[in-house]
Structures are given as structure tokens and as C-alpha cells.
Ligand binder design. Structure first.
Ligand SMILES: [Zn+2]
Length: 444
């Protein structure tokens, strides 16, 4: 008689093998489903995102004459979602003129992007986070990195102050590196800081360069893949804060001796450390990150203003908020390793007490002005470890304009008149800060 245990064991082993094999070759089990396709064209770079229910392998290469980017995705069949990509390429996309989609081999879909210029592509995958499933991200950067300083000059064309900015660009002391990714070359005009050089010592007072306008870097939070907080009525933080920043830029540019620079001027994602690098590159005198708050309870309301803390947050709610804002990089999608992480790390380590003191001063003025147009969530500046406030040499504050999770405040944030009121209040706060500052007297 055969002992009954033997066939049972064999079955168990077979079962174990199946379990082990399946996750290794998902393509064999079934074709992955593309859930959504999104495109985010911008001057700085164009992003194409394919969202799917399984992590997929992709290979890519570029071709010249004419410039093309070819991406092969394994484990996918052609579907409506992926075909939608063709119609999602906009005629004004700075990098992509058209895309062709085809089943290249069984189980392999090939995307061919016809390009308007040579690109430095970044292709990477992201694990599920927030509302998103697996994402395959294609970032198309220009072959030569864009210098934020040149973008600022272009923006101030026909501006009587442009000459001053221009002289700064040519002979100025900006040692801050140009934000760039792997595979990009630096523009020929850019002066490269010596290898491993630390950022220059912090300027202790704003407006110390005589004759130069005060330059305010405005940083609308989130963007692109990262919507930020979303209100009950579907209002997205990224849209509201961009509107407020655009309004504030207009107000600032209309002031004599003041100019504004935007870290993003449309709906695309900018990593947190790139926002800081851009502000340093244009030598901003002030950095203002604009956000809208959210909390689980819809009753939470009011504005708040934040400065950096190097040693823990002022409360557990503050720590939670800083983590939520810092998660922007995870949701927006950063190709770790593509951006110069070295620079980011140097920045993290160099935050200074002087910067924070100045930040608290300007933040206090801004909070006072905002208090005139909205209820305050807290009556004083709060502090936490926000990554975006870590420029060692620029006073930096983060404004939570209101709670988008509060129905009344969501309604206010949607209103152009209220957006304008917020912009005016922030401008007044900035002006109070600069006029209270003795350095202004020297500017003449
Ligand atoms: Zn935010």
C-alpha cells in the first residue's frame, strides 16, 4: 500500500511553485491594465504618466534625424486607455509633436514619441501612493538645462529694471547651481561653481545689493500629478495656490523696486528641492510658498504662516502638516537620483539660525496682514521641518492661506475677490517687513 502522505506532499510543492512564479512573471498571468494616461507639458519638461494596476518593465532609447524617443512596455496589450495618449499630446507641447502606439511584439507595446527637440529622458516607475496605482513616468527634459535666471530675464523684457537684473546675470555672484537632471548639459553662459563648494554664506539682511530690485520668489505648492489637498466640492489646492501666486506676482511687479519670480507658472510638478534651487539661482531676497490646508474635521479653519524648524515641530499637528507637504515629492513623483541629490543634501545641512530669524520676522508681518482678512488658525508663527523652506541664504515662509477642507473657506478660496484679498495682504506684509528693515535705507 502506498502511504497517503506522498501525493499530498507533491501537490503542496506544486502549489508552492505556482505561488513563487506568478509575481515574477506577471505578464504571463494576464496583461496589465492601463488605468489612465496623463500628460503635463511645460517649458521646463514634459511629463507623460501611464498609470496601471501592476508594476511594469519599460525600456527606452532615443533616435536622431528626426529626434524620437522609443519606449517599450512589457506585459501590456493595446487598449483604449493607451490609445488615448495619441489625442492627449497638445499641439503646444514644447517637446512632443506626436506619439505613435503599436503592439511591437506579443506582450510588448511600443510608444514612439516624435520630438520637437533633442531630449534627456528620465524613465522611472513609482509604487502606489495616495490615490494612485503603479505609475510609469516619462519625463522629457531639454538636452541643455534651463537657467531660471534666463527665464527671469525673459519675463522682465521691456522692464526698466531688466538691465539691473541682466548685469546680475552676467557678472553676478550667483554660485547657485542650475537645477538639472542626469543627461542634461549646462547652458554655455552658466558659471559652474567649483566642485563640492558649499553655498555662499547667508545674506543676513535683505536688499543689500544697491540698485537691484527686491526679488520675491513665489512658490505655488504642488502641481501636475500632485493635486495637493482637495475640498468637498472638488477644489484642488494646486489650482487655487497658482491663482493666488499669479495675482500676487502681478501686484509685486507693479511695485517700484520689486519683482516676483514664480517657481512654477502652470500646472506641472516641481520637486521640492528644485523649487529651492530655482530661488537660489535667481538670488531671491525672499521665498514664499503658498498652500491651502486640510484637516479631517471640516470645522478646522483659519490661515497660518510657517517657518523652518531644524529641531522638531512646534506641535504634533505641525509635524503632521510638514510631513503631508513634504510628501508632495512622493505623490508628484521624483526620479530619485536623477536630480542632483548632492546639492539637495548640502542645502539640508546648511539651514541657519539667521535665515530662520529673518523668516520669523517676515512671517510675523504677513500673518498680521492676513489676520485682517481671515480668521487665523494660530496667532503666531509656527515651525516645522518643511523641505521647501530650507534655502540656507533666503528668508523663507510657507503660508497656509485657509482650510480647503472647510466648506466655507473652500468657497472663499474659489472666489477671485478673496484670492485677490489674500494676495494684497501678503504684499502688505512683505512691504512692512522690508520697510521696517534698516537695510532699505541704504538702497536709496
Ligand atoms: Zn500644500
Amino acid at each position: 500500500m502506498t502511504p497517503p502522505a506522498a501525493p499530498l506532499r507533491r501537490k503542496l510543492i506544486a502549489g508552492g511553485c505556482t505561488l513563487l512564479l506568478l509575481p515574477l512573471v506577471p505578464g504571463l498571468a494576464r496583461a496589465a491594465t492601463i488605468v489612465a494616461v496623463r500628460t503635463w507639458p511645460a517649458d521646463e519638461y514634459t511629463r507623460v504618466t501611464l498609470e496601471m494596476d501592476t508594476e511594469l518593465k519599460a525600456e527606452h532609447f532615443t533616435l536622431d534625424n528626426p529626434h524620437r524617443l522609443v519606449v517599450d512596455i512589457e506585459g501590456v496589450q493595446l487598449s483604449t486607455a493607451i490609445n488615448d495618449l495619441v489625442s492627449k499630446i497638445r499641439p503646444n507641447d514644447p517637446y512632443i509633436s506626436a506619439v505613435r502606439v503599436g503592439q511591437n511584439r506579443p506582450n510588448v507595446v511600443r510608444l514612439v514619441f516624435d520630438l520637437k527637440q533633442d531630449v534627456a529622458p528620465q524613465v522611472f516607475t513609482l509604487k502606489p501612493i495616495g490615490e494612485y496605482k503603479y505609475r510609469l513616468v516619462l519625463d522629457l527634459y531639454p538636452k541643455i538645462a534651463q537657467d531660471p535666471l534666463m527665464a527671469l530675464l525673459k519675463d522682465t523684457e521691456n522692464d526698466p529694471l531688466a538691465g539691473i537684473l541682466e548685469s546680475l546675470a552676467q557678472g553676478g555672484p550667483s554660485e547657485a547651481p542650475i537645477p538639472s537632471v542626469e543627461g542634461q548639459k549646462l547652458p554655455p553662459t552658466a558659471r559652474k561653481p567649483p566642485e563640492g563648494a558649499p553655498p555662499p554664506p547667508p545674506r543676513t539682511a535683505p536688499g543689500l545689493r544697491p540698485g537691484r530690485p527686491i526679488l520675491v520668489a513665489l512658490d505655488p505648492g504642488h502641481g501636475g500629478e500632485d493635486p495637493g489637498a482637495i475640498g468637498k466640492r472638488g477644489t484642488r489646492e494646486k489650482d487655487i495656490v497658482l491663482q493666488i501666486a499669479l495675482r500676487l506676482k502681478k501686484l509685486i511687479d507693479a511695485q517700484p523696486g520689486m519683482r516676483a519670480y514664480l517657481t512654477r507658472d502652470r500646472d506641472y510638478f516641481v520637486p521640492l528641492n528644485v523649487r529651492v534651487q530655482k530661488a537660489r539661482r535667481v538670488q531671491a531676497d525672499l521665498f514664499i510658498s503658498i498652500h491651502a490646508d486640510a484637516w479631517i474635521k471640516p470645522t478646522a479653519r483659519g490661515s497660518s504662516v510657517w517657518a523652518l524648524s531644524q529641531h522638531g515641530a512646534t506641535s504634533s499637528a505641525a509635524r503632521w502638516l510638514a510631513k503631508k507637504e513634504n510628501d508632495a515629492d512622493l505623490i508628484g513623483g521624483v526620479n530619485l537620483g536623477a536630480h542632483n541629490a548632492q546639492v539637495a543634501k548640502v542645502l539640508l545641512d546648511l539651514s541657519t539660525g539667521a535665515q530662520i530669524n529673518d523668516s520669523i520676522r517676515v512671517g510675523t508681518q504677513v500673518l498680521k496682514e492676513i489676520g485682517k482678512i481671515n480668521k487665523l488658525h494660530k496667532n503666531r508663527i509656527e515651525r516645522a521641518g518643511f523641505a521647501v523652506l530650507k534655502a540656507p541664504d533666503i528668508p523663507s515662509i510657507l503660508i497656509e492661506t485657509a482650510f480647503i477642507s472647510n466648506p466655507q473657506e473652500e468657497q472663499l478660496l474659489r472666489t477671485p475677490a478673496h484670492q485677490q484679498r489674500i494676495a494684497h495682504a501678503v504684499l502688505s506684509g512683505i512691504q512692512d517687513y522690508f520697510s521696517a528693515h534698516p537695510a532699505l535705507a541704504r538702497r536709496g
